[in-house]
Design a protein around this ligand. Sequence first.
Ligand code: MAN
Length: 347
Amino acid sequence: MTDIARRFDNNPILSPGDISPSIPGFSVAGVLNPGAFRYRGKTGLLLRVAEIPPKAKNKVTAPVRDEHGRMGLLEHPENDPDVISGDPRIFSHKGVSYLTNISHLRLAWSGDGVHFEVEKEPALIGEGPYETYGIEDCRVTVIGDTYHLTYTAVSANGVAVARATTQDWRNFQRYGVILPPHNKDCAIFSRKVNGWYYALHRPSGADLGGNFIWIARSRDLLYWGDHQCIARTRPGLWDSERVGAGAAPIETEKGWLEIYHGADDHSRYRLGALLLDLDNPAKVIARSKEPIMEPIKPYEQEGFFGNVVFTNGHVIDGDRLTVYYGASDETVCGAEFSINRVHSTLL
Ligand code: MAN
């Protein structure tokens, strides 16, 4: 047993029933994978809210926004021989994948980091040609007085990384796609290193290659280059199928500590840690042999897509790392780690 997370007693802290749907007639299937940050003494979460249309009899349905923001439904008969369904998150038709649900980003606020009040309206919804299937899993990095948001933009063009900024959580500046498909799990470092901004990201190779963590650098946070692969999947281990960065790396005396997710060939999602060199974050100093958190609670094992703990948001108070995470792609939960204890697992 290697799980060293101290889960909140009142998990899950947010469930679909706590969220008002944003699309008429749709229901909320999941509230998950929040970005996390502090703003004016409060803890903020930027939630992913996944909504599904009413189930049409004997059909599979994908909700799609057009480029002007109008919502439509793409439907196929369930028994169409060209349809492959079964995964609650996706289906395919003639080899092309569609999402069964569409996500937007919504804010929730808390004075104690445990009890959250969710806003009634979305903060950000998909816009333009690269976000027609929704926006997901936002990382939030604060640099100076600006919050830098990197999220997954999904459309028929593919799964990409888009960027936005805000200073007041009311007005957002959107910069569009910064890393083209297929790419997700992008987390920007909280300061420059030797004059460069750095970001972790996760391009995917369909045939050769795989779902590995890469690092890139940039002068201006818009144009990214010098891409290097720093963490591949490990056959036979808990992170054998795919790995991806969590939230912004944590600066510690020993190096940049990154909490990442790994999935095995049963799509069981667990968390582990990477330690990156402070002066050269492309250099990996250490990596968890065993996960530091795994789906062991009923709410982590059963839900919209079970056996998942997935994080892309945390806040830090000294040695205490409070991780907010999606459980079973359905609810938001919280857990605390001691940063020193995480370090000790890496030795
Ligand atoms: C995968 C899963 C889904 C997600 C899509 C698009 O299928 O992670 O939850 O919606 O990718 O990012």
